[in-house]
Ligand binder design. Structure first.
Ligand code: PLP
Length: 275
């Protein structure tokens, strides 16, 4: 018998192409040395060309999965990905309160609204629920610039606006905000991408070169899952974000083409090839 690793729970959708969603989360958890558990929210029909459709899991079944895992297995950190509907968000918020996720157990909210191809993964009427029910419970929220626009109506085109948006998002209740600047238009900066962490008082900047690859499918999920892994290991937030940034930089650098569209970021750089 060996000692159990820390447990992380992802509340997320399935990507049949295996590049994003719960598949990316579980892979990331594994290579970051945590045991991954899953509450499935939706099953997408998806490949490298986009999302052709999805079916939702009943909200009560989503909540039951969370409760089953949290009451038995000792969840050390949790994250949300695709939540699909207002009813699922309401069910998740309620059960998280019951089992301490978002209080004693850190909760990372990746406010997924659409795929990289622009396919919707969140109902329009679910945004209000995400804002009012989930963000106040989040230990960390990790929007990209499109999600920032949806959540707080700020169209970020400069570093100054990225700071302004962080303040607006923090006012919605999360303990920490990480605004991913990867999508900041070229010319608005110096070719570097800035991810901005804010706790309501202090800003911490994470900068790195923008990597030129179209194969970044699952990058948002994988970053949030790596941060969640570090939190599950007990890292304080700034260190956990730094760990996630180092992880995703390598995962993007090792991304591979797969199918005719956008290939996935790779966890394989963390693994020695055994053959
Ligand atoms: N499919 C599912 C189930 C997801 O959760 C996500 C993102 O979280 C995506 C697709 C989209 O991933 P990407 O934006 O990397 O294409």
């Amino acid at each position: 018998m060996t000692e159990a690793p820390p447990v992380a729970l992802t509340i997320a959708g399935s990507d049949s192409g295996g590049g994003a969603g719960l598949q990316a989360d579980l892979r990331t958890f594994t290579v970051c040395s945590v045991h991954g558990c899953v509450a499935v929210t939706a099953v997408t029909v998806q490949n490298s060309m986009g999302v052709a459709g999805y079916v939702e899991i009943p909200p009560s079944t989503v909540a039951d999965q969370i409760r089953a895992v949290a009451t038995d297995m000792g969840v050390a950190a949790a994250k949300t990905g695709m939540l699909s509907s207002a009813a699922i968000i309401a069910a998740v918020a309620e059960v998280c309160d019951d089992v301490g996720i978002g209080r004693s157990v850190p909760l990372v909210v990746d406010p997924v609204a659409a795929s990289m191809h622009g396919d919707p993964l969140l109902a329009d009427d679910a945004l209000a629920e995400l804002r009012s029910e989930l963000l106040p419970r989040a230990t960390l929220v990790t929007p990209n610039l499109d999600e920032v626009r949806l959540l707080v109506g700020v169209d970020v085109e400069s570093r100054a606006e990225q700071h302004e948006a962080a303040r607006a998002l923090h006012a919605l209740g999360p303990r920490w905000v990480l605004i991913k600047g990867g999508h900041l238009p070229d010319g608005a900066d110096d070719g570097l991408c800035l991810d901005l962490l804010f706790d309501g008082t202090d800003f911490t900047e994470f900068t790195g070169p923008r990597l030129a690859t179209p194969h970044t499918h699952g990058s948002g999920d994988s970053l949030a899952a790596a941060i969640t892994s570090a939190l599950a290991h007990g890292s304080p937030m700034p260190e956990a974000v730094g760990y996630g940034k180092r992880y995703i930089k390598q995962a993007i650098a090792h991304a591979y083409p797969l199918g005719a569209g956008l290939g996935p970021v790779s966890p394989f750089w963390r693994i020695q090839h055994p053959w």
